[in-house]
Design a protein around this ligand. Structure first.
Ligand SMILES: [Cu+2]
Length: 184
């Protein structure tokens, strides 16, 4: 009787050890997956940068479009690491008939887009483009729909730093994104 009880306790201990190590293994695997994922992401982000003179273009991307959509938009971060102001004065692409620099501002309740001829990037400063406000690159008359996973070239011209070609990555559009942002 006494022996039996002892055995039972021992068995329980073994089981709980097994359960514990299984959980630990799962936890460790989870951590590993997380670390690997983070590493790959940061390598990806680092690889997607372009530089000409003091100007850096970081992560140029565009939102995927629907087949019937004729216009699209591209965004990137602009950085001027130099001691003098520079200007983005020209932009071209084979992906669209016309490429324009737009700003988007709230005018009361109405979102208004305006075509501007240049973007000034102040010395030691950065400009972040993102959907929903501020600057974006408008692609008017797309030669083909923008498909997530594809890339297309964008030729940028800066007054001081000169010309730079970047590859724009097309990213999936969030469900409610495209319609509200880029209906002219
Ligand atoms: Cu626009």
């Amino acid at each position: 009787m006494f022996l039996f009880a002892f055995n039972a306790t021992k068995k329980q201990q073994n089981t709980s050890t097994t359960v514990f190590s299984k959980q630990l293994l799962r936890f460790m695997t989870g951590i590993l997956v997380l670390i690997t994922g983070t590493l790959m992401l940061s390598i990806n982000a680092q690889a997607h940068e372009y530089k000409v003179g003091d100007i850096e273009i970081i992560h140029p991307y565009a939102r995927a479009t629907m087949p019937q959509q004729t216009n699209g938009a591209s965004y990137f971060n602009l950085k001027n690491t130099g001691q003098r102001d520079d200007k983005l004065i020209g932009i071209e692409s084979t992906i669209a008939k016309t490429v324009e620099i737009h700003t988007m501002e709230m005018n009361g309740d109405i979102m208004k887009m305006r075509n501007v001829s240049e973007i000034v990037i102040k010395a030691n400063n950065a400009i972040t483009m993102k959907p929903g406000g501020g600057y974006h690159i408008m692609l008017i008359g797309l030669s083909k729909p923008l498909k997530a996973g594809d890339t297309f070239p964008l030729e940028l011209e800066f007054e001081r730093a000169g010309k730079l070609e970047v590859m724009v990555r097309i990213e999936a559009t969030p469900i409610d994104g495209a319609m509200t942002e880029h209906s002219h």
